[in-house]
Structures are given as C-alpha cells and as structure tokens.
Design a protein around this ligand. Structure first.
Ligand SMILES: Cc1cc2nc3c(=O)[nH]c(=O)nc-3n(C[C@H](O)[C@H](O)[C@H](O)COP(=O)(O)O)c2cc1C
Length: 356
C-alpha cells in the first residue's frame, strides 16, 4: 500500500507516509519546560514516518495554555534535545510545531512580564483553564504595534534556530486553528488599518513573513506550514472571502519551496472544505499533507487518488503508540479517550500499550 511506502521529504528519508499530527498534551512545567516523560512519549511513537511535536511557543507571550511547551530559552533547548535524541535513537524523524497562541490564552498562564497579544484588541469568545483562577474568559489581547509585529516575527526565527539547536529535523509553523498567524488572516480578529490588515494581501503578510524569515534562517527544506481553511476558527468569516484568501496564498507559498504544506480539518465537516482542498491541491506545487479523521482506507484512497502526498493521524496516535504497525497488520486500534488529553502526569500519555 502507498501509505507504507517510504517518502523522501526534501532529503529527509521517512519510513512511511504516515505522520503523527501535532498534539498539545500540556505535561510541561509551569515554566513551559518539557519534562522527562515526554521523552518516553515521543520515543514510543518513533515508528511514525514523521512526528510533528506538539504546538510549542516561540515567545513568553505565546504560551496561552497552562503547561504547554515553549522554546525560547536554553533550559527548554536542553529538555527538547533529550526528546529529539530519544526519537532519533529509535530511528524516528521529528519536526517541532511552532505555535504562538496570540489572543487564545489568559494572562495567568503567561510568565511575569509577558502579555496576551493579537493583531487587534478583539477577545476570543469562550473560556480557558488557568493555573490559579480556574476557568476564565480569554484575555482581551493588546494590539501589536508595528515594531512589536516585527519583534514577534523575529521570535519565530529565533525559535526556528533553537529548534535546530535542539536537534529537530525541521519545523512546522502553526498557521491554523485560530492561533496568531490565523488571527492575522481573519477579518473577525484582524481589524488593523496598517500594512498587516485590510486587504487579503495585507492579512496574509504576517504569516508569509514568518514563514519566509524562518526559511531564510534554517533553509526552506526544513520549514513546513499548517493551515486549516474552513476549520472552526473561520466560523465568522465570509465563505467567498476565505476561498479567495486561501487561493491567493498558494502562489507565494509555491515560491517558498517548503518541506510540505499541511491542511488540517477539525470538527464538523463543512462541504466547502472538500472543494477548497481540491483547489489547493491543484494550485499548490509542493508536498501536501492532509489531516482530519483519516482511517487506513481513507488515507490510502487519498494517496492513490493523488489528493495528498502524506497523511497525518492525531487522536489515534495518542492511544496507539504503535499505530503504523497496527495499521500495517490490521490489528485493532485502542479507543480514542479524551479523559487524559490535557492532564498532568503519565496517565494517558505513556501508558498506552503496544499490540501484544
Ligand atoms: C488532544 C489534542 C491536541 C491537539 N493539539 C494540536 C496542536 O498542538 N497543534 C495543532 O495544529 N493541532 C492540534 N490538534 C489537532 C490535531 O493535530 C489533528 O488535526 C486533529 O486531531 C484531527 O486529526 P485526527 O482526526 O486524526 O485526530 C490537537 C488535537 C487533539 C485531539
């Protein structure tokens, strides 16, 4: 089957076309430093063709969720290096997802001196768990000045460099699911009047500058991008505007010659998604990874029909560390259980068994 064939990802040899999707598990210290059990967790899953490690903030301003990882200081480099060493010793390949939460967070989860920021001072609807205050409404973000926009882009670049220092094989910029670059794309979160707001070209600028600057810093073959056209972050957006936005994005992305473009879908399927994903496949000239409730059969179909080059699995990798072997041998999968997705400790992280 195609999914089990090796794949040459711009010079990086993958043992299969199956990726482990980035999965926030919130096991880190309060200071957003990875802990030892994360080494076991990722090493257990090293038979994935590619692991994309969980969303990790490039900045103290971007750790909006309690206990999510960061990569902006040397202590974090040291601990992430232990993770990548373990994965490489198990013959795996691992990218880091760089995820700046922007307005999706609460001040109480941020280190002292950091601030919740966004393209505009428009709060995210809903509540978020905090360290000390229980559930709270999302903090209203501070609108970034032009200088702060530049500084934030530089934080991504520094993080990309630190990711190389930490032994990652590459990085995936999180441009999906309503986090910072996505907040710049969407009119509902970006009401800026300067060169980062207004027209589609302006709203795409932050995302494209982040990706381009990271490519310049570590090489485009090590940089990937995740986007989520028509995922839940886009519910307040105009459908034709969004279609035009994601269509317009493809020409500048083609020019960047990335490792791969990752399309993610979460939640209820929207019919328009499938039309747009097909359109993106036609317009995008590089490697395309798809993610969102795939089974072995639907993944194989997508590859056979040339709708994708790689398929990522999320929830099934949480409960099946040996997912590739299970799929290969048609062994049953252990159930998806959300109880321990975001809890502290080993339970639900490293205690899922391989198939006996
Ligand atoms: C517990 C959990 C944590 C997640 N964390 C992230 C994340 O850090 N970054 C990201 O881009 N997507 C994240 N996602 C979305 C997954 O990467 C994936 O897109 C989603 O689970 C759909 O794939 P699946 O149907 O194979 O599970 C998360 C999903 C879950 C269930």
């Amino acid at each position: 089957m195609k999914i089990f064939e090796p794949f040459n990802l711009k010079g990086l040899s993958l043992t299969s076309k199956i990726a482990m999707a980035p999965l926030t598990r919130r096991r880190c210290t309060r200071e957003h430093v990875p802990v030892a059990i994360m080494q076991d967790y990722y090493a257990q899953r090293a038979s994935a063709g590619l692991i994309i490690a969980e969303g990790t903030s490039p900045s103290p301003n971007g750790v909006g969720y309690a206990n999510m990882p960061g990569l902006y200081n040397q202590e974090q480099v040291v601990e992430w290096k232990k993770v990548t060493d373990r994965v490489h010793r198990a013959a795996g390949k691992i990218f880091l997802q760089i995820m700046h939460t922007g307005r999706v967070g609460h001040l109480n989860n941020l280190p002292i001196g950091a601030q919740v920021i966004g393209p505009s001072a428009i709060g995210q609807n809903g509540e978020v768990a905090t360290y000390d205050l229980g559930k709270q409404l999302y903090s209203v973000p501070k609108e970034l000045t032009l200088q702060e926009v530049e500084d934030t882009i530089q934080e991504y670049v520094t993080c990309a460099i630190l990711a190389m220092e930490s032994g990652f094989d590459g990085i995936e910029i999180h441009g999906a699911h309503g986090y910072l670059p996505n907040q710049f794309l969407n009119l509902s979160s970006n009401q800026r009047k300067d060169s980062y707001g207004g027209s589609r070209e302006n709203r795409m600028r932050f995302l494209l500058e982040v990706v381009k600057c990271c490519c310049d810093a570590i090489g485009s073959s090590k940089v990937a991008l995740r986007i989520s056209p028509f995922s839940y972050a886009d519910v307040n957006e105009d459908e034709s505007e969004l279609t035009a936005l994601y269509t317009d994005l493809m020409a500048p992305l083609n020019a960047l010659n990335l490792s791969y473009l990752h399309l993610s879908h979460m939640g209820e399927p929207l019919p328009v998604k499938f039309n747009l994903w097909g359109k993106i496949r036609d317009l995008y000239s590089g490697n395309l990874m798809l993610c969102g409730d795939f089974s072995k059969e639907s993944a194989e179909d997508a590859l056979q029909n040339k709708n994708a080059d790689l398929i990522a699995f999320g929830r099934d990798f949480i409960s099946n560390p040996d997912l590739v072997e299970r799929l290969k041998n048609n062994w049953p999968l252990q159930e998806r259980d959300r109880t321990y997705w975001y809890t502290i400790g080993e339970k639900g992280l490293t205690d899922y068994s391989t198939y006996e």
